[in-house]
Design a protein around this ligand. Structure first.
Ligand SMILES: [Zn+2]
Length: 120
């Protein structure tokens, strides 16, 4: 249990997030996401990356199953930006720029993920 005080609103948001993840995991829902920030998280990169339908099913079960699991358990997964080739960590809550070392410790999208995904 956490000892820090949390506001009721933060608690409610946490519960909503937990419920959302539970529902998604149970139904093995395909990861698609709309982020608040419109572009690649790497500084200076203009690659649009706001709404993403990863279309993991197109890569077959051996890719789809572990990545869908990682998505819904909040681990997320890493993939390279098609423009700057920087690694990006995608999760339900956020996308962030990470190093290759960090990406190596995460489940990773196939190299051609951006050719298969729908990125807006
Ligand atoms: Zn980029």
């Amino acid at each position: 249990m956490s000892t820090k005080t949390v506001s009721p609103i933060a608690t409610e948001l946490d519960q909503m997030h937990a419920l959302y993840r539970q529902g998604g995991r149970e139904r093995q829902m395909a990861p698609h996401i709309v982020y608040a920030d419109a572009t690649c998280p790497h500084v200076g990169c203009e690659q649009r990356m706001q709404a993403i339908d990863f279309r993991l099913e197109a890569h077959g079960r051996s890719v789809h199953d572990p990545l869908v699991r990682a998505w819904w358990d909040d681990t997320g997964f890493a993939g390279r930006c098609p423009r700057c080739h920087g690694w990006v960590h995608f999760t339900i809550g956020a996308k962030r720029a990470i190093t290759a070392e960090e990406a190596a410790r995460l489940p990773r999208l196939p190299e051609n993920w951006h050719a298969v995904a729908i990125i807006l």
